[in-house]
Structure formats: C-alpha cells, structure tokens
Design a protein. Structure first.
Length: 370
C-alpha cells in the first residue's frame, strides 16, 4: 500500500522534475556509450549527476505537497530525503571512480604528502566559524594541485582522505548524512580541478572545485542548519552567507598563491622580461630583476621580521608574560622574572624593529643606515 501510494506521488511530480530525471538517464546513456572511447567520460558524467541531484535537493523541497498528502508524499518532498540521495549518490560515484583508477607508487606517495600538507594547513586556523568551517592558509590548494597534476579521480581520492582527516580536529556532526555532506563530499569534489589539466587552466580548476565544495556546504546548511538562521531570514540566504564568509577568503588565498607560483615559473628568473613591481615603483634594479627575488623580498625581507615583531607584541601585551613564566620556572630555578619581562617588553620588540628597518634599508626602500 505504501509503495503504491509512493508511486502515485512520484508520477504526480512537476514536469520540470521529469525533465531533470530524463537528463540523468541521458547522462548515463552517454557515459556507457563513451566509456571505452574517452577516459574523461566518467568524471564528467559523475559531475553532471551530482549537479542534478543537488538541483533536486534545492528545488523540490520548495514545493509544498498538497494538504492532506500521505506520509510517502511528504517524505518525497522532504529535504532529508534529497540530502540522503545526494550523499548516497556521491559515495557511490566515489567508489566507482576509484575502482577504475590505476595507482603508481609516485602517485600514492605524492597524494599522501598532499593530504598531510592539507591537514597541517587546516590546523593553522586564521578564523573559525561558530558552526563549523574556518579560514586557513590555503588548505585546499594541495588537493587542488594534486588533482590538476594527476587527474580528477586521484584528486577525488585525495580529497576524500582529507575530509576524513578533518575528524581529527573535531568534526561538528549532528546527523550521519550531514557528515557526508560537510566532510566527505565537499573535499572529494575538489578533484574537479583535475578536469582542466590538459588545458593548463589551474586557476579555473581551483575556482570550479571551490564552487562545487561551496554548493554542497550550502546544501548541508539549508537542510541541517536552517534553525540557526535569524528569524525571518531564508535558510538558503543564511547558508549562502555563512559558507561564503570563510570559503571566499579561502579561495582568494589559494588563487593568490597560485598566481604567485605561475608568475615565478613564467618569468624564468628574469629571462622572459616580465615586469617586476619594484623596478618601476621604486626604481630598484639590483635585487629584484625577477619575480623570484621579489617574492623572496616580500616573504624573507618583510613578512618574517614583521611577523616576529607582531608575535613579540602579542606575547607581551595579549598573552602576558605571567602565562609563559609559569612554564619557564619549571625548568629553571633561577629568578629570571625581571630579566624575562625586560626582554619580552623592550629588548625583543626593539630588536625586531631594528631588523625590519635593516631589511628595508638593504632592499632599498629606505636609507637610514647608509
């Protein structure tokens, strides 16, 4: 009885719903027709199927079932039903993709290093959101670059492992399917960047991989965190804004690092004659005649001493010496409180200021020390 009622409600779906299902069937037919001719057919069809499932998950719950509809009909229009569908479909696609991939020792070792690097970068949180998600120093980039080098399927595998590794940091899980939508699938779809390896379009792969992760996070937010939205605000708008708060800065950081790496590579240590900022801006040609020297100046010459200065000020005035002195006394019986406070309040900040000024002087920005 329940099954027949469910079929009746299925037949009564809107026309656009049947169009989407027809597209799913077409994608499946195209895949089976091309699977022996094109190795890229499976990843492309998988992306299309996931996109269609996500479309269903967003669109169908916005249509309310008729008043007095059966439990089967209500469940059919339920966001939970479609989140389960997306999660299961995503996991099945990952399994199917990984089964057809031939792995080499180089690929496995590189993938392990990229996953490890992504995990370490994800631990260096710049800003943590209250309900999960954080801004990190480009923790997505190792997975995106690995996918771009080796292809979408290895990228999906590395992304999946990266998502599982997030559990070590303490996952924010309220439902099993929410775990799949927030930790497994969003990191797995970063492998989409591998679809652009032949055209050397890494920035485009980074943007689309990040966009795919963003869409799945938004879907999870609409379904499982709608109660967190302020009164009167649409859960969709709330989820869009919440996830964009940390994923857009993360994307910008990834693109900035990628552009830097591309400029250094294309410049060829100055042999290709690319414009270098310091040459035209400051009229300095003796140290930055190529992009590698310019990036070295920005990182080693300015960022490192400036970071050390800010760190010393933070320890002195925010963390407070008392906190660190308690640990210092455990390994030293001498009375060093006054000496430590003198160093942390005066000697270290002044020393870092002198180092920073010396670097700026050596690089030609200022002329204080002759």
């Amino acid at each position: 009885m329940w099954f027949s009622t469910f079929l009746e409600n299925l037949v009564a779906l809107p026309v656009w719903a049947w169009v989407v299902w027809a597209l799913v069937v077409v994608c499946a037919v195209v895949f089976f027709a091309l699977r022996k001719r094109s190795g890229a057919a499976l990843p492309i069809v998988v992306v299309l199927l996931l996109a269609l499932a996500v479309l269903f998950a967003f669109a169908l719950p916005t249509i309310e079932p008729e008043e007095g509809a059966s439990t089967a009909a209500a469940f059919l229009y339920s966001p939970i039903f479609w989140s389960i569908l997306v999660a299961i479909l995503g996991v099945v696609c990952i399994v199917l993709l990984l089964r057809r991939q031939k792995w080499t020792i180089q690929m496995l070792s590189t993938g392990a290093l990229c996953v490890a690097l992504a995990f370490v970068l994800s631990c260096l949180t710049l800003y943590r959101m209250p309900n999960g998600g954080s801004i990190t120093p480009a923790s997505m980039l190792p997975i995106l670059v690995f996918a771009w080098i080796y292809g979408p399927i290895p990228g999906i595998a590395a992304g999946t492992m990266d998502g599982i590794m997030q559990l070590v940091q303490g996952a924010y899980v309220i439902h099993p399917m929410q775990f799949l939508l927030d930790y497994i699938l969003p990191f797995a779809v970063l492998g989409i960047a591998g679809l652009f390896r032949k055209d050397n379009q890494l920035p485009l792969g980074i943007v689309l991989g990040s966009a795919a992760r963003f869409i799945i996070h938004v879907l999870s937010g609409v379904i499982y965190f709608a109660s967190s939205a302020p009164a009167g605000q649409s859960p969709l708008l709330y989820s869009l804004g919440y996830n964009a708060t940390y994923l857009v800065p993360e994307l910008i950081i990834c693109l900035a690092i990628t552009v830097e790496a591309v400029l250094v590579a294309v410049d060829g240590l100055g042999s290709n004659g690319l414009w270098v900022p310091g040459q035209a801006t400051f009229g300095i040609n003796n140290w930055n005649d190529n992009w590698l020297d310019f990036m070295d100046m920005m990182s080693e010459g300015i960022a490192m001493p400036l970071g050390a200065l800010l760190m010393s000020l933070m320890v002195a005035w925010e963390v407070k010496p008392k906190t660190i002195l308690e640990e210092v006394r455990q390994g030293c019986s001498a009375k060093i409180d006054l000496f430590y406070k003198l160093c942390i309040y005066i000697v270290t900040p002044v020393g870092m200021i002198l180092v920073l000024l010396g670097q700026l002087n050596d690089f030609g920005f200022i002329h204080i020390f002759g």
